[in-house]
Design a protein around this ligand. Structure first.
Ligand code: TRP
Length: 333
């Protein structure tokens, strides 16, 4: 393939969580799938990041398997993309050490996620929680991606990765590619079904606030039926109606209908009917994913074969970048 025809590279990672939500799916993962043809994609389960808060070993292990299986069930394809588990490629931790020596204490202290998480887990403000952005920078810079799709909550971390890369290149020459954030053309910011001014989050105590990708049909529909709306009784896209706005966004993301088409479809109809339609559309979208997940997770040997192979492919790339950086700094290889 000639250089001009080479695909641009994309990298992203997701933390292993037992309960990825509709928000993760519509806000991030659906775009990962759509990017597979246009870009050369590398996606990882960021398991090393997960231990910045305490994890129960058996649960963490199960969640790493299930997150990888869910990536496959959603339609990520090892024939098109490199799909692996972060800890299988030791260069992530190794480069992270190197980069942490080019990262300032002051800049890490300003990270809003660090401030939030250290307030929330005040009994365990560990050094890993603090230096997490240096590990994330390593995840990214090892693969020289052109684009990194991230949500709003990770933009600050991507910014610091860019700063670290620029700083390192300034000292040692052209080692790292400085990646751009990727803002998808489509992609919904999915809010809580119980408080539409807050982002949908699996850590919400109210289970009706969020929908898991693996929730069954009845559960999905029930949660949408209970979604908080307002008393204006009109399906209109407006900031004064955050609950309805959220439901329109979700319905639009799964049906590809525009908000205008949706307003028209439900003109003069009640919220009950609208909420049911959204619930059914979401349930229909999630059903085949759940089915495929159940098949994939039951074949552990095949799952392991796939993530080992992905890890080897990833390490081949990561190793080169890592050794180049080491050599530039002055290590004896
Ligand atoms: N920190 C990200 C999150 O919590 C996950 C992540 C780890 C990531 N490494 C990354 C995202 C590299 C993009 C690129 O969501």
């Amino acid at each position: 393939m000639s250089e001009a025809m080479e695909k641009k590279k994309v990298l992203s990672c997701i933390q292993p969580s037992g309960m990825l939500t509709l928000g993760n799916y519509l806000g991030a993962l659906k775009n990962w799938i759509n990017m597979q043809d246009e870009f050369e994609c590398t996606y990882a389960v960021a398991d090393l990041h997960a231990i910045t808060v305490r994890q129960e070993p058996a649960k963490l292990r199960a969640q790493i398997y299930s997150t990888y299986a869910l990536m496959l069930a959603l339609g990520l394809d090892t024939q098109k993309s490199t799909l692996f588990i972060q800890s299988h490629v030791p260069e992530h931790a190794q480069l992270s050490w190197l980069l942490s020596c080019y990262t300032q204490f002051g800049e890490l202290s300003r990270m809003t996620q660090f401030k939030d998480k250290s307030a929330k887990h005040s009994d365990n403000v560990n050094v890993g929680l603090f230096s997490y952005p240096a590990l994330m920078a390593a995840d990214i810079l090892l693969y020289k991606p052109d684009f990194v799709p991230v949500g709003a909550d990770q933009k600050q971390h991507l910014e610091i990765a860019r700063d670290i890369a620029t700083r390192f290149n300034h000292i040692y020459g052209d080692v790292f590619t400085v990646p751009e954030p990727y803002i998808p053309k489509t992609g919904a910011r999915v809010m809580s079904l119980q408080d539409p001014t807050k982002k949908m989050s699996k850590s919400d105590e109210n289970v009706n606030a969020w929908v898991a990708i693996l929730d069954d049909k009845d559960t999905v529909i029930r949660k949408f039926k209970r979604a908080v709306t307002d008393s204006l009784a009109q399906v209109r896209l407006s900031d004064e109606q955050p609950g309805i706005k959220n439901l329109i966004g979700i319905y639009s993301a799964v049906t590809n209908k525009t908000p205008q088409e949706i307003e028209k479809e439900f003109d003069g109809k009640g919220y009950g009917e609208f909420k049911l339609a959204v619930g059914e559309a979401v349930a229909d979208e999630l059903a085949p994913i759940r089915e495929s997940y159940n098949t994939i997770i039951s074949d552990k040997a095949e799952l392991e074969r796939l993530f080992r192979e992905g890890g080897q492919r990833a390490e081949f790339i990561a190793r080169k970048t890592y050794l180049k950086a080491m050599k530039k700094v002055g290590f004896v290889l």
